[in-house]
Structures are given as C-alpha cells and as structure tokens.
Design a binder for this molecule. Structure first.
Ligand SMILES: O=C(O)[C@@H](O)C(=O)COP(=O)(O)O
Ligand SMILES: [Zn+2]
Length: 208
C-alpha cells in the first residue's frame, strides 16, 4: 500500500510539473499512510524529479523518521491535518494564476474568488486568504490551523495555494480547479460578470 501511495504521489508531482503548475523546486505534497504518519515530499526537490524511493516519512506526531529531509512546510501540512481529521492528502503549489490572485489588492480574504462555475463551487468552495508569512515560518502553522477547519482550500498571500482532500486525487483536482478559476477570474478583469447566485451555489451542496 505504501509503495502504491509513493508511486501515486510521484506520478501526480510529475504531472503537475510537466503541465507547468509549479516550477523549479517549488511546491510540496503529503499523503496520510494507512499504518499511521505521512509520506511527504523532500525539501528542495523539483516535483518533476520526485522518486518513490526518495520520499520523507513522518510519524503520527509529524516528526521526521525516515528518508531525506522533508519539506520546510511540514508544519503547514500537519496543521492542515490537525484541523481536518478527514484529510488524506495536502497539495501546495506555486501555480501562476493562483499566485497572481494572491497578490491582488481589494480581494475578499474570507472568499477570494467568485463562484464563477459550479465545478469551482463543488471542488473548492470558499477560498480563504492567509496573510503573508515567509516560507518555512512555523507561525504560518498556527494561522492556518485557525482557518483550515472551515476551509479545505487556502491561498497564502504572495505565495500560493494549499489544498487538502480526502485523498491525493481529490487534493490534486481541487488545486487544479482553483488554478483554472484564478485564470478565468484574471481573464474577466474589466468585464461585468454574473457569478452563480448564492441559491445556485447552495444547491450544489446537495447531490441531484
Ligand atoms: O515557497 C517555498 O519556499 C515552499 O513553500 C515551497 O514551495 C518549496 O519548499 P520545499 O518543499 O521545502 O522545497
Ligand atoms: Zn511554497
């Protein structure tokens, strides 16, 4: 099982990198292990170079116990899991349009992007903006912990998205949907838009 999870994590990292959704050695991914603890990406490794045999292992307390040195955002991932007991995976990227939106003045920190499409509402919901912290600053962990229970998708100001999902695929797809919606939002700047109404958005919470 762990071997399959390691391979899946790397396949997703390679795919994200190949499609230009994160660059250089930016971004990090983690997944919960069925036997306890987490598999996380090592620090300073490009998503395109992830190797299933070279991933970091954390125990159930978030301590590094095996493999190469984990991402410097380990506390960010563990803060997400701490607040969301149902989360099985977390993805953080530097996807361009999401980062661009994170820099805009006059966005609503409680709900950064309008409900442009149904798919966005279903995959992301209310996107919370987190104030700027230097990457790797442990103070980011406590701030994130305060919002993550209500929001599985967070946008770190002047940095990028962090998204939790039930499993790797869910976290990946939600992060990709966030990036595409950020792109649409930027494309629509200067245009009058007609987002979904609150009633239309609310109706998406129940399955047809
Ligand atoms: O922006 C940063 O520096 C980190 O958040 C990041 O994306 C990559 O850091 P590592 O995972 O430690 O390589
Ligand atoms: Zn980052």
């Amino acid at each position: 099982m762990t071997t399959a999870l390691r391979e899946e994590l790397c396949r997703i990292g390679h795919s994200l990198y190949a499609r230009g959704l994160t660059f250089g050695s930016s971004g990090n991914i983690s997944v919960r292990r069925p036997e306890g603890g987490w598999i996380v990406t090592p620090t300073n490794v490009a998503m395109g170079d992830l190797d299933p045999g070279q991933l970091s292992i954390l125990d159930e307390n978030g301590n590094w116990i095996e493999g190469p040195k984990p991402t410097k955002e380990t506390f960010l991932h563990t803060a997400m899991y701490g607040a969301r007991r149902d989360a099985g995976a977390v993805v953080h990227l530097h996807s361009t349009h999401s980062v661009a939106v994170s820099v805009l003045e006059d966005i609503d920190p409680a709900d950064v992007l309008p409900a442009i499409t149904a798919y966005y509402v279903m995959k992301v919901g209310a996107l919370r903006l987190i104030p700027y912290f230097r990457p790797g600053d442990p103070a980011l962990g406590s701030t994130v912990a305060g919002f993550a229970a209500k929001h599985h998708a967070l946008l770190l100001a002047n940095h990028g998205p962090v998204v939790a999902g039930a499993d790797l695929r869910s976290a990946q797809y939600a992060t990709e949907e966030l990036e595409e919606t950020a792109k649409l939002f930027l494309l629509l700047q200067g245009h009058k838009i007609r987002p979904l109404t609150p009633a239309q958005a609310e109706a998406l919470k129940t399955r047809p």
